[in-house]
Design a protein around this ligand. Structure first.
Ligand code: SF4
Length: 379
């Protein structure tokens, strides 16, 4: 049933391939979910959905997607939008480099390709933020090109279906999966086939307790035959997030203005606005102390108030234990260096903030109003 086409990849023969394609597409036609990006084959809509779906669940993405599409219904609208508006529409979805790259790439498409997503695979793959998977999804779904689109769901399906014991985190394994995907994708309905594989991973061949009894490829699944579904895929455990103690300052001045600091252009939360933030040193007596050098450097004369509370926020590589400290500035400091600004409530509503800062705002504002209910601990 299989033949070897590369050193370490066995691909199925044509008869087997035709059989599973037919089964899978039949299952997809009956079971596919109605999702907003499946309403038509507009490449821009598909592109935005694929970027939003990276590291984010479908249910979370749907309301964001609908709002984003209302604000920026086509390439021209997104290309013309200010970065501040685009970030605001993304606020809460996280991984903001995704939307910055999307915005840049859309501007390039507007300027270079008359606001039409190119159909040439090299041109698509050269756009910012578009990797093999996203390019495959756009080209196959929007333009019916027979190219694979192997995302995390599909890797899990392939690992089990073909009983592959390679670590799916490794690039060499991804390449193998790409070879399999290239072999399997048909020239007729390639986009539906790719989506059928993704849907199979999302609905049936789930990470835990796959519903093998309902699976359209069960008769050909090697993991099922060997009873090893629960052991696959092999995925090397990521290191647990590094714990860090972080101090943030809620520094106010008259007119309800709060001091904001822009994050550095590289690294975690790059280029996003937030509260003045610093990693706490060891053995301090006052949590606000670590912020003092930062604010002295900016010549902000702060009168420190009380500790407002603390909360935890987990990123993929870091676990922040955050303490929020209150402060007040009496002098009229309106000129600040680049990357610093005051913002009143209206301006804060207009800006986009990463979730960790939204938590800090909620904590400070609730503390200020004497309300309870925030999940962090009020000190
Ligand atoms: Fe996944 Fe089970 Fe289907 Fe195999 S039979 S592909 S393990 S759901």
């Amino acid at each position: 049933m299989s033949r070897k086409i590369a050193d370490s990849v066995q691909v199925p023969d044509q008869e087997w391939t035709a059989f599973v394609r037919e089964n899978l597409l039949r299952w997809y036609d009956k079971n596919k979910r109605e999702l907003p990006w499946r309403k038509n084959k507009d490449p821009y809509r598909i592109w935005v959905s694929e970027i939003m779906l990276q590291q984010t669940r479908v249910d979370t993405v749907i309301p964001y997607y609908e709002r984003f599409m209302e604000s920026f219904p086509d390439i021209t609208a997104l290309a013309k939008a200010k970065e501040e508006q685009v970030l605001k529409a993304w606020e809460g979805l996280g991984y903001y480099s995704r939307v910055r790259n999307l915005h840049q790439a859309v501007k390039e498409v507007a300027a270079t390709y008359e606001a039409k997503v190119p159909t040439d695979p090299k041109a698509v793959a050269s756009l910012r933020g578009i990797g093999d998977y996203t390019a495959g999804a756009i080209l196959s779904i929007a333009f019916d090109q027979p190219v694979p689109a192997v995302d995390g769901n599909v890797m899990r399906v392939f690992s089990r279906w073909f009983a592959l014991w390679d670590d799916i985190v490794k690039l060499s394994t991804r390449r193998k999966m790409g070879v399999l995907g290239t072999h399997l994708v048909p020239s007729d309905r390639p986009g539906d086939f790719n989506q059928a594989l993704m849907e199979l991973g999302a609905l049936i061949c789930t990470p835990v307790n796959p519903a093998c009894g309902k699976c359209p490829v069960q008769a050909t699944c090697q993991a099922y035959e060997q009873g090893v579904q629960a052991e696959l895929p092999v995925k090397k455990k990521a290191k647990p997030p590094r714990p860090m103690r972080i101090n943030m300052a809620w520094i106010r001045k008259g007119g309800g203005q709060v001091l904001l600091q822009c994050r550095p252009n590289e690294g975690l939360l790059a280029g996003m606005w937030g509260l003045p933030t610093m990693e706490a040193g060891q053995g301090e007596l006052v949590p606000g102390d670590s912020l003092v050098p930062l604010l002295t450097e900016q010549e902000v004369p702060v009168e420190w108030g009380q500790v407002l509370g603390e909360f935890e926020h987990v990123f993929s590589h870091q676990r922040w234990q955050v303490t929020v400290v209150d402060g007040f500035v009496r002098e009229d400091i309106s000129v600040l260096p680049d990357g610093w600004r005051w913002a009143n409530e209206t301006e804060r509503r207009r800006l986009a903030f990463p979730n960790v800062y939204r938590k800090a705002f909620a904590l400070a504002e609730k503390r200020k109003k004497g309300l309870s209910g925030f999940q962090g601990r009020l000190l």
